[in-house]
Design a protein around this ligand. Structure first.
Ligand code: GDG
Length: 489
């Protein structure tokens, strides 16, 4: 494979879909549905993936991995600190998750964000063939669509936003709110997790830029006095449901699930939570509700155990260090108050596990607790459902996840309402088997019918439609401003 040739299909994301494996200096595929969903398309079109290889201060030449061309973008230690840990994870992440944690605004972080976005845009521009399709991912790269359009007006550009887009009253805090909107509007199709996110974005565009929007179409004035249409729409992401189903049917995974229950002392009920250790996930609210249920003797450690996997995340960002201390203090207190020699209230695991082990844990869990305070989608909820090949188990799901729009047969909760959350946990524990089956059947159908392949197909279908419309009118997709009707919503 010629790793320097140009590609008709290009994915751009902060991270390349590979990690440097520990010992042998080789590359290992990163786990995750995004890679699984996009890989076939990249392989079949001879496409390329542009992203950071994950280690600062190294220059890596383009290389081939499993039939994909990978084009590394280098980040220095400073870039990682200012662009990634700073602006991406300490400004945009908390702001877009409804300021659960206060966002920090620093002009030098913004400068680094611009600089690194320019680097990604240049890398994408140089790898894209004439008239290529480029799909940009997520909040670290919101300026890339516009920068890329300036460099390469011939390419069709999609952007997918994996996290929420906040209401205007919150978004408006961002000192660079205009530039970020203009950056995103460089894309032809701007995808969001929920209808509400797409609506928030369109409202921000109307309020800030005064552009006309109607039913997800935004009329964007162009530099030459014309106008072009950008689409802002919901494409709820999903998982490779068949892969979870297949893993969950493996005898060794089912045996491991039984072993997990035994090693917990065979409690009547296993509750389970698995999250990146992030303040958006509502782990503290979950622990508070559970602790109160134990204190009030509505639950008993002889009967119930909570397994909480908190996988390490963003460990150099101060808010995450503080969160870890808070969670671990709470876990220690609850266990100290309620453990017996033979039984533990919470089995807390600050590790990441292989996917097989995750599926075994999903199978071992009678009740899955997803209590995020705000979450773009929450794939864990979908993975739990896809793994329950036995048709049993109860999903307790926060209303503030994107997944709640689809998984309406879950026990939906407002995690801020601790009494309501406690009642929901007890309802889930006591749910009759027939009702579990009825709900799980509907949940499984939804996740199976809308898997990650379906998600990428529908996004790429809309991008292809943009390409065809451009080809058929023989223009670059813009039209004269005078010929347009007023569609201000
Ligand atoms: C962002 C948005 C949106 C976690 N611990 C382990 C492990 N995981 C896996 C889960 C799941 C993934 O990580 C987490 O995905 P989520 O969707 O739950 O959350 P974020 O990481 O915040 O993802 C989110 C998503 O992007 C996609 O658009 O849904 O809203 O915030 O797949 O299983 N996997 C393994 N071991 C672990 O210990 N193997």
């Amino acid at each position: 494979m010629d790793t320097t040739a140009q590609a008709d299909f290009v994915v751009v994301s902060n991270r390349l879909p590979v990690d440097r494996s520990g010992d042998d200096d080789g590359w290992r595929r990163s786990p995750g549905g995004l890679v699984a969903a996009l890989e076939p398309m990249i392989q079949s079109t001879g496409g390329a993936w542009v992203g950071w290889p994950g280690q600062p201060d190294i220059e890596v030449e383009p290389f081939e991995f499993d039939g994909m061309r990978l084009a590394p973008v280098a980040l220095s230690t400073d870039d990682v600190e200012l662009f990634y840990e700073g602006f991406s994870n300490d400004t945009i992440w908390p702001l877009y998750h409804d300021v659960i944690s206060p966002p920090a605004y620093h002009r030098e972080w913004w400068d680094a964000y611009v600089r690194v976005n320019e680097r990604f845009a240049r890398a994408a521009a140089s790898v894209a063939a004439p008239d290529a399709t480029v799909w940009v991912h997520d909040y670290q790269l919101q300026l890339v669509p516009r920068l890329l359009r300036e460099l390469r007006p011939d390419v069709v550009i999609g952007y997918f936003h994996h996290i929420p887009f906040p209401a205007y009253g919150i978004y408006a805090q961002l000192p660079w709110r205009t530039q970020v909107l203009e950056g995103l509007l460089g894309a032809d199709v701007i995808g969001f997790q929920r209808v509400a996110d797409a609506g928030n974005f369109a409202r921000a565009v109307r309020r800030r830029l005064g552009f006309e929007t109607k039913a997800g179409s935004i009329r964007v004035p162009t530099a030459d006095g014309g106008v072009r249409t950008a689409i802002a729409k919901a494409y709820p992401i999903s998982i490779d449901a068949a892969a979870y189903d297949e893993l969950a049917r493996r005898p060794e995974v089912q045996a491991r699930a039984r072993e997990i229950r035994e090693s917990l002392g065979d409690p009547k009920t296993v509750l389970f939570g698995v999250d990146r250790l992030d303040y958006t996930k509502g782990i503290g609210h979950r622990l508070k509700a559970y602790g109160e249920l134990l204190r009030e003797h509505r639950l008993d450690v002889e009967d119930v155990t909570l397994v909480q996997v908190a996988s390490p995340s963003r460990e150099r960002v101060a808010a995450y260090m503080q969160l870890r201390d808070e969670i671990e203090l709470t876990v220690g207190r609850i266990n100290g108050d309620h453990d017996t020699v033979g039984h533990t209230a919470i089995r807390y695991l600050h590790h990441a596990y292989p996917r097989e082990e995750m599926v075994a844990l999903y199978l071992a869990a009678d009740v899955m607790l997803v209590t995020a305070l705000r979450d773009g989608m929450n794939l864990v909820a979908k993975e739990y459902v896809a793994s329950r090949v036995d048709g049993l188990g109860v999903l307790v799901l926060s209303e503030f996840t994107g997944a709640a729009d689809e998984l309406t047969q879950a026990v939906l909760v407002n995690p801020h309402d601790i009494d309501g959350l406690k009642d929901a946990i007890v309802t889930a524990i006591d749910m009759p088997v027939a009702e579990q089956r009825r709900r799980m059947r509907a949940l499984r159908r939804r996740v199976r019918d809308h898997d990650v392949a379906d998600w990428s197909r529908s996004f790429l279908h809309d991008l292809t439609a943009v390409r065809e419309a451009r080809d058929s009118d023989g223009t670059d997709g813009t039209e004269d401003a005078e010929g347009t009707e007023d569609t201000r919503a």
